[in-house]
Design a protein around this ligand. Sequence first.
Ligand code: ADP
Length: 141
Amino acid sequence: MFKKILVPIDLSQSDSGEASLVKAVEMAGCTGASLILLNVVADIPNLVANRLPTDYSDEMQKSAAKMLDELSSKHKLSDGSYEIRTAHGQTYHEILDAAESTGADLIVIASHRPDITDYLLGSTAAKVVRHAKCSVLVVRG
Ligand code: ADP
């Protein structure tokens, strides 16, 4: 069964991806798996980045880590049963990278109902499903 579950969380969403976190917590309870909560701080175009403090990305990642920590308390995750990670870059790429580098054997990710932009660009969840080397559970929002 699953041993390490990666839960990518979009902190800009008002529900902070809680539906997928709830599912992941349930699965971890059944399988004894540990959880990895991940937030990816988006890349900023160079033109904008040049006008920001050089430590901007580090500060954003610190603040994301704090928010993930608050979520872990809200969902009563016990010490040692989870870890928090942040990354910086392109979301789906960083999710796939984290899955490989942590040895996660399941990614639990949320997805909205597809609309026209998804057919043109492809959603984050679809890209993760297509390219992940481990299993992926898509929680439909
Ligand atoms: P899409 O609809 O393009 O798949 P969404 O923004 O609806 O993208 O996000 C789908 C899921 O992808 C989120 O629920 C979350 O699991 C993951 N995700 C999106 N953005 C981030 C982010 N910045 N950091 C971590 N995970 C993210």
